[in-house]
Design a protein around this ligand. Sequence first.
Ligand code: KG4
Ligand code: ZN
Length: 337
Amino acid sequence: MRVLGIESSCDETAAAVVSGEQVLASLVATQHDVHERFGGVVPELASRRHMENVVPLVAAALTDAELTLDDIDGVAATYAPGLVGSLLVGLMAAKAIAYTRGIPFIGVNHLDGHLNAASLEFGPIPHPHVGLVVSGGHTSLYAVTGRFDVKLLGATRDDAAGEAFDKVAKLLGLGYPGGPAIDRMAQRGDPKAMRFTRPKFSQEGSLDFSFSGIKTACLLKHREESKNGEVSGGFVADMAASFQEAVASFLVERVVEGARKIGAKGAVLAGGVAANRRLRSLFESRCTEEGLTPYIPPMELCTDNAAMIAHVGRLKLEAGERSPLTLNAVANMEIGI
Ligand code: KG4
Ligand code: ZN
């Protein structure tokens, strides 16, 4: 089955075509130039840019795949979670194509997309496994016991990991998006220069996350250092490296704890923060140490893309699932709860 996928939940417009397990085309138009000067995504501007991009991007993806709409058997689009104005653009485009072509339409949860991105690279991943989705909006750990049998094991109680990366990068004057900037700056710093305590929860064995404490600790250290004038490049690099180390090790320890709890055979890493080089190497080494197979997709499948949406859409369409054309966009929607 050939499926066209559209993703527009935040600040990337993306279109992709899959045929079975194969990705024939996957294009992403980033909007970093639009939001950079605001230090974060401006929802109204994001929607407007999606409007400009979505039709040319779908056309370009079809051209890349050397196909036309006549060759497409179904259309998938992200319908939740995300910025509603942004989601609606991709969703309406997908519905319009499905309606006018008389082909099936399926709405896909963005988190299902991230969680299944690894299987585009590695094929079906043996169950049970744990999946960690770390992005700008989510930090969630799942037990995956079947293709779409997912149970939430833990989630962030405050900021998402990517949000913390973006905020600390802003504090350090590293620009937007902050994750890649911290990743680069951390190469020059000492990860042991600053110590951050790991958050503790009253509930024994909780697999939840929290990043507001470490973000505040960075703010206080930075404020203290700024008392003597502008902070040095060395301080910025050390804070980037130490912050990154603390977040990466906290995330990976939770994955190990979750995997032990459910007797997982493997662990999947997903979401934009999964592009982080330190997180990738620590995830790989700790999982291997624990006897877990690590599944770390290539960078382009970690950050927002439409291949993962087309992929999940295809699996659902092939299983006979369809969404009505009345399906609406939804801002907040966890999976596995
Ligand atoms: O999944 P994604 O592309 O969009 C959302 O669904 O949120 O994730 C975006 C997040 C941003 O917070 C960005 O700063 C972070 O992923 N990110 C990174 C890296 N690349 C992107 N964080 C740390 N290191 C990176 N290399
Ligand atoms: Zn995402």
